[in-house]
Design a protein around this ligand. Structure first.
Ligand code: NI
Length: 173
């Protein structure tokens, strides 16, 4: 397995609509493993393929934060929200592509998601709490949507400027 480098906003690859995975091959399975390792290493609770520069519909997540609980890594190819609750939840969200910036986003409190697992089997499950927020945030990435797109324009511009500055600093070394 190998760690991937995570793209930082603003980057045109983070604004693309990703293509569905038609052929679930070993290359994509390895990518999913690498993404999980990259996510745990960051550390983060979710990562979408476009964040590592691959514009395919693939996300990974694990929202188990308690050290004494077993991890629950999920790999989802072509994930789709097929039902959402009317009830909403507000979470302070962050993103590995927008380091150290946070903002409150309102989303459906519960969602049902359908996806293909690593073996190409169709899976369906309901998510609530942090899991619901996380899976919706990651699926948004596959449509080029970032959590800051839900914030007020002024706040979004401020964050984007901070990220541009961060990228310039990193480029200088
Ligand atoms: Ni994100």
């Amino acid at each position: 397995m190998a760690l991937k480098s995570i793209l930082i906003h603003p980057d045109p690859r983070l604004k693309k609509t990703c293509a569905p995975v038609a052929d679930l091959n070993d290359e994509l399975r390895t990518l999913a493993d690498d993404m999980l390792q990259t996510m745990y290493d960051a550390p983060g609770i979710g990562l979408a393929a476009p964040q590592v520069g691959v514009t395919h519909r693939l996300i990974v997540l694990d929202c188990v934060k308690e050290a004494d609980l077993a991890p629950r890594p999920l790999v989802m190819f072509n994930p789709e929200v097929i039902a959402s609750s009317d009830e909403k939840n507000v979470y302070e969200e962050g993103c590995l592509s927008i380091p150290d910036q946070y903002g409150e986003v309102e989303r459906p409190a519960e969602v049902t998601v359908r996806w293909l697992d690593q073996h190409g089997n169709e899976q369906q499950d309901g998510f609530s709490g942090l899991w619901a927020t996380c899976v919706q945030h990651e699926i948004d990435h596959l449509d080029g949507v970032l959590f800051i797109d839900y914030l007020k324009p002024l706040r979004r511009q401020m964050i984007t400027r901070k990220m541009q500055k961060l990228k310039r600093e990193r480029a200088r070394g």
